[in-house]
Ligand binder design. Sequence first.
Ligand code: SAH
Length: 190
Amino acid sequence: MLRVPREEFLPPHVRDYAYSDMPLPIGYGQTISAPHMVAMMCEYAGLRRGMYVLEVGTGSGYHAAVMAEIVGDEGHVYTIERIPELALFAKRNLERTGYSSRVTVIIGDGSRGFEPAAPYDVIVVTAAAPDIPRPLVDQLRIGGRLVIPVGSRFEQVLYVCTRTEDGLRIEKTVPCIFVPLIGRYGWREE
Ligand code: SAH
């Protein structure tokens, strides 16, 4: 995390707060997660060098960059964003900071996952879901982990799920607050 310049992933008016441990607005009603939440999600996911990762909710691209640092050149991060303007914002941020070879930004409904690059070692969802989206479990390799905030639109619990031979093991960890996952296996757009 010390290697990823968070200010490069922020709109100019909030750049002064880049090194405060809090979420910040990135436009379109969305937020970049607080650094401690990015760190916790990477730890819970058991991220390691060489892993193939899917992130649902690209936002600024910051979390994707942190994961790209961890997986290294041997791994890859696919990240999917539903708001085209944010996908473009993230793409530019990742290019400027030198992460574009390790991160692929996709525009679409990530609640359906991203089948072309499946199965993944790790899937990290950075928006809040009403339930665990079935396609995400299906796109996880056996032994792979899914980290996802599940709950109401306004407060959630961070679930850490491991796909096993005979199903899914779910561990409920900390309370958290994320913006809603909007899509087929998320919430309806208002
Ligand atoms: N990880 C981001 C923070 C993202 S905030 C970062 O490091 O900056 C959550 C993001 O999820 C928002 O950009 C929102 O537009 C996006 N999102 C919500 N529902 C989605 C869906 N179904 N598919 C893809 N992205 C979604």
